[in-house]
Design a protein around this ligand. Structure first.
Ligand code: SF4
Ligand code: SF4
Ligand code: SF4
Length: 381
């Protein structure tokens, strides 16, 4: 079984090389359709596309800094039942981790999907991406320019234009997928390596007619360490700011004051897993007299109500599954830095259970089990 292959690149054109690699995977590994970021035919934008015709892979763009949705959600739609064919998906590392969390909650299946993930230098918010892409003649040119900077010998740990979530992300490589494409630390003189992380990944690489890796990329480990050091510094500063800004209920209310209960953050969050959210039921459609009574008691109330309760409920439900992808912030029309807050809380909740969301497909989510001896000082037994 093949552990790793080299992806041949002509003239430093990583984008074309990636498209050829994906075409080979589709044609030689029995893949019927592949979910991959690709150019829309109707507009100059990138979206996750389900491609069944290998000829359409000329539109695929896994290097683009666009990140309009966390595609783990889309992959659950394709895998919650057998899809009648074998699938592949090209996902960012945080999408892989989100999908793994959803698989653990029986909302998707790993059996019929081959997951490929690239080293991830980060992504732009939707609005920043539009500005960035519109500065180039084509989306291909924009992606090539971004990749050239992101994977240059200067480490991509602190690309200023990527989102706050990405600047704080400390899992930017393929953790939990089947095949990882390695580019960090690459001097652009060697071809990138596709490395199998699972038996399924090995089987797919074995079927390809690709050469073995060239000399090992010696700079990779050091580059990753350097990126992580920069990101952890940023993350620690971000967490300190969030802690100070939210350390009381009034402070937390101020942090979330611009919220208008549109619930975009809930819809964009890949691991907000309830199929029916209690905040969309009549439970929170209070009787008119109730609102008036609250207003009388306090003198005034913000409408819509229950904003803080919504965020605390969401946090209680999914903070052990938060993968820090930043899509909640990306989706908020009022620019509330939600992912800064949710990743800060997640760091504590996941840390309390020694759990990291999505990294180990076999690790049981903390809230899915009961340990009799757990936290006796809290449960009082
Ligand atoms: S959160 Fe991490 S994995 Fe996700 S897009 Fe940002 S850098 Fe990439
Ligand atoms: S997306 Fe923003 S405004 Fe909408 S519910 Fe979430 S925090 Fe509130
Ligand atoms: S809470 Fe925000 S950062 Fe965390 S997984 Fe959901 S969308 Fe991503």
């Amino acid at each position: 079984m093949t552990q790793a292959v080299s992806i041949p690149i002509q003239d430093h054109d990583l984008l074309t090389g990636m498209r050829s690699f994906l075409t080979a995977i589709m044609e030689k590994s029995g893949i019927d359709a592949i979910l991959v970021p690709a150019r829309l035919s109707v507009k100059n934008r990138i979206m996750p596309m389900l491609i069944s015709d290998p000829a359409c892979l000329t539109e695929a763009d896994p290097l683009s800094p666009a990140f309009p949705v966390n595609a783990a959600q889309q992959l659950t739609r394709l895998t919650r039942q057998p899809a009648g064919g074998r699938l592949a998906a090209v996902l960012r590392p945080c999408e892989v981790r989100a999908f793994n969390e959803l698989v653990k909650l029986n909302q998707g299946r790993r059996e019929d999907v081959l997951i490929i993930s690239l080293d991830c230098p980060g992504a732009l918010s939707n609005s920043d991406f539009r500005t960035f892409a519109d500065g180039y003649d084509s989306l291909d040119a924009a992606s090539r320019a971004f990749a050239a900077t992101a994977f240059s010998s200067a480490p991509a740990g602190d690309l200023p234009e990527v989102t706050s979530a990405c600047r704080a992300c400390d899992h930017p490589v393929c953790d939990g997928g089947d095949i990882g494409i390695e580019r960090f630390g690459d001097d652009q003189a060697t071809d990138p390596v596709a490395r199998a992380h699972t038996e399924s990944g090995q089987a797919a690489l074995t079927g390809l007619d690709f050469p073995p890796p060239q000399a090992p990329a010696e700079g990779r480990k050091a580059a990753i360490q350097s990126i992580l050091a920069v990101r952890r510094r940023y993350r620690d500063g971000m967490f300190a700011e969030v802690a100070e800004a939210t350390n009381t209920i009034p402070a937390l209310s101020t942090y979330l004051a611009d919220c208008v209960n549109c619930y975009n953050c809930r819809g964009a969050c890949p691991v907000c897993y309830c199929t029916t959210c209690v905040f969309s039921t009549d439970t929170f459609r209070h009787e008119p007299f109730q609102y008036v009574q609250w207003a009388r008691r306090k003198g005034e109330i913000k409408m819509p109500t229950d904003t803080l309760f919504f965020h605390l409920t969401r946090m209680a439900h999914m903070s052990c599954a938060c993968v820090g992808c930043g899509q909640c912030t990306n989706a908020c029309p009022n620019d509330i830095p939600l992912s800064d807050l949710f990743t800060y809380v997640a760091r504590h909740t996941q840390g309390a259970f020694d759990y990291r969301a999505g990294l180990d497909i076999n690790a049981r989510p903390p809230m899915n089990g009961f340990e009799e001896e757990e936290y006796p000082e809290i449960v009082g037994l």
